[in-house]
Design a protein around this ligand. Sequence first.
Ligand SMILES: [Zn+2]
Length: 184
Amino acid sequence: MPLDGDPTRDLFHMRHALRLARRAAARGEVPVAAVAVLGERVIAAASNRVERAQGATEHAEMVVLRLASRRVGSWRLSGVTVFVTLEPCPMCAGALLLSRVDRVVYGADDPRKGAFRSAYEVLGSEAGNHHPLVTAGLLAPASSALLQRFFKDIRERPQGKSNCTPSRFADHQAVSSAGEVQGV
Ligand SMILES: [Zn+2]
């Protein structure tokens, strides 16, 4: 497969990530998910689990990188493409660089925390010695719609019925209309 990816395969993997993100929403997690692919093979797939794990670093990309490294037996993920439904935050962008993945494909931009081109420039930085190819905006409307619906549901849900109370996500509400948020 060429490094810049086959459009049909890219869509296939991003749809997979979106399905995982939808399931995460049903569990009360901010709906973001990631899939790691080596060649034609999915080697890891995960969704955001910040709430379940009560861990600020449990973003989908971090979990998927951990699983992928375990799977290949190396921290170095050369040849791997990571698909993620939302623009990675600075933490995840840093982890993607350190993992030496070949390519990152993401869906919606995140104007508050996005670290490719929106709020920070980590993933696309010319500094450092590793520069993964980045494809932005794949199925972005689907990802945005999922996030918007998630935050709308939270706002409309009576408090006390779930872990995902509006107060817990208060920080997100200000930006939820754009649907471009991840984590807590
Ligand atoms: Zn992140």
